[in-house]
Ligand binder design. Structure first.
Ligand code: CMP
Length: 133
């Protein structure tokens, strides 16, 4: 069993897609261990996305996410990191595989509806960030 983190981003919350995203997660067999809606402050956003600092899209990403509500989910399942990444699809919704969350719900970058941990190591860090030890 493995754990991973899913964030439902402001563009999806704005368009009433929380339930649809969560249904897909449950239908894929992932268990929700914990879940909360959080105000993602600018400080939290900059910390969470620290690895992207200096990249061309960094400022757009921060402006899009900062001081808005997000829903964080702590998930568990077999190969949870890969299972969730496959369910979410590629970063750019236009390039995301058919029937993935981003292909079906995303509107662009950075407004791609969800974030999913990209590795086991990131999952540990990101779960700790939102849910503590
Ligand atoms: P996420 O999985 O949350 O990880 C980093 C985020 O940066 C990504 O989803 C997108 O929201 C955003 N992002 C990545 N690449 C770009 C880009 N080229 N332009 C704008 N935003 C991007």
């Amino acid at each position: 069993m493995e754990q991973t983190l899913l964030l439902i981003k402001p563009d999806a919350i704005e368009r009433n897609l929380i339930g649809k995203v969560i249904s897909r997660v449950e239908e894929a067999g992932l268990k929700i261990l914990d879940m909360k809606m959080v105000l993602f402050t600018r400080k939290m956003t900059e910390h969470f996305y620290g690895e992207h600092k200096g990249k061309e899209f960094y400022n757009r990403l921060i402006e899009y996410m900062a001081d808005k509500k997000v829903v964080a989910l702590k998930l568990e399942g077999e190969n949870a990191v890969k299972t969730l990444r496959d369910l979410v699809g590629a970063t750019d919704p236009k390039k995301a595989e058919k029937n993935t969350i981003r292909a079906d719900f995303g509107v662009g970058t950075p407004q791609n509806s969800v974030h999913a941990s990209d590795s086991f190591k990131s999952a540990i860090r990101e779960i700790k960030f939102f849910f503590g030890d």
